[in-house]
Write a protein that binds this ligand. Sequence first.
Ligand SMILES: Nc1ncnc2c1ncn2[C@@H]1O[C@H](COP(=O)(O)OP(=O)(O)OP(=O)(O)O)[C@@H](O)[C@H]1O
Length: 482
Amino acid sequence: MPEHSPTITDAAERPTILLVDDEQDFSRGLSRLIQGYFPHSEVSRAENGRMALAKLQESRPQLMITDLRMPGMNGMQLVAEALKLHSGLSIVVLSGFGTIETAVQALQAGAYDFLTKPVEPEQLFRVIQKGLERARLLEENDRLRQIVIRQGTREELIGSGKEMQRVRKAISAIAQSEYTVLINGESGTGKESAARLIHRSGPRAVKPFITVDCPSIPENLLESELFGYVKGAFTGADRDHKGLFAAADGGTLHLDEIGDISLPIQAKLLRCLQSGEVRPVGANKAIQVDVRVVASTNRDLTAALQEKTFREDLFYRLNVLSLTMPPLRERLEDVPLLAMHLLRCTCRESGEPEKEMTPEVLQWLSHRPWPGNVRELQNVVRRLSVFCSGSCIDMDLVHMVIGEPVTEEDRQTMGNDFPAPLSGVYKDAKAQVIESFTRQYVGNLLRETNGNISEAARISGLSRVALQKILSRLGERASNYR
Ligand SMILES: Nc1ncnc2c1ncn2[C@@H]1O[C@H](COP(=O)(O)OP(=O)(O)OP(=O)(O)O)[C@@H](O)[C@H]1O
């Protein structure tokens, strides 16, 4: 994948255009015109359908421009035969006055566009430009599909851009060591996936890997969940309980959202990391465990150190090795590959036949800001897949499901960071601006209040219920800000 841009530009560097027309003078003139405007392209010519098919068999042009009325095989038949040979070929049909109806039929048969004779150079160049871009996208699509097929649905960190190469290199090095690791990154960037890959790529791979989502366990239970308890330690403790450290013995314990644990648990965790022992609640002796700890957080722990909500000694204990997962907006070049991978996984999960996405959809996905990172992309792909009754997700479906009529051109002219189109249908553009504002507002509010819903409701003047509703609509979790 190109590293410089999320758009797909590197495939087919010297595109070939095949002109099919029985009028030799016209065809020669057209060829010169095209060659002059697209000096990097290669233009070849065929006098009839049979010759065109022979050329298609020996080379793979990106674009074919064909006349409709030709002796022998006509343009319509050629379109059908050519697509059988080369389904990704972009075909433009040339129709004389009075054959527009036939040109429309050719479009229905799979041609990409049509031009009427006499050909207007400006229009010709525009159509060729679009056709070549489409061919590039299709070729890129094909290349990505091959990668995804080779990859299978193995749980993997997908991405071949510079950032993911850095992450993968770091993971291979980290996996071979025994030190504790601290993984930083926004929610949904793949911190848990990275922790899993560290485990799987190292000598502990055959032993257990256990993830603990720290904020999801009530504080009063976290200690006994982590370290275990003995029978009679508290009311209801009617037998010994091993705890997650002991369960992960020999393997890896991933402590997710470590920034959210209370100071007393931090102290116990520090003791455990220093001594390699855990003391179950109510036990009078500690037990030795061999566990590698990989912690992760989406919070800025250095700020928590200053606020004294996170212990400095524990921070340095955990942060022997560190890994930062990049937000998706900083590696948009990985989106097409990721989207295809996630779609394949989604279809497998739901037991459906595999589906595809058009190049336009992949490009559209590559220009979104993805505040919820890969998890948000995964949700969008799942939604599109659920509503796709056929085998291909196209832009019509995107507009229907996502309800965002922004075009790729809008995005490109406005830049990737622009929150919403300032053109198009007023109602839709307004809805997008509001959506983008709400996302930013709620994000700031939760950051400011460290994810405290009551406090956030008080500052915003919204009721708790209204705020919760907004959060759930945006797919946000207050716990991600604690
Ligand atoms: N590079 C990637 N390739 C493929 N799938 C990915 C990648 N990164 C994340 N995912 C998928 O996205 C989802 C979210 O990833 P994960 O749970 O690892 O993120 P996280 O940073 O731990 O999120 P949180 O902070 O909210 O716990 C998972 O389903 C994961 O499989």
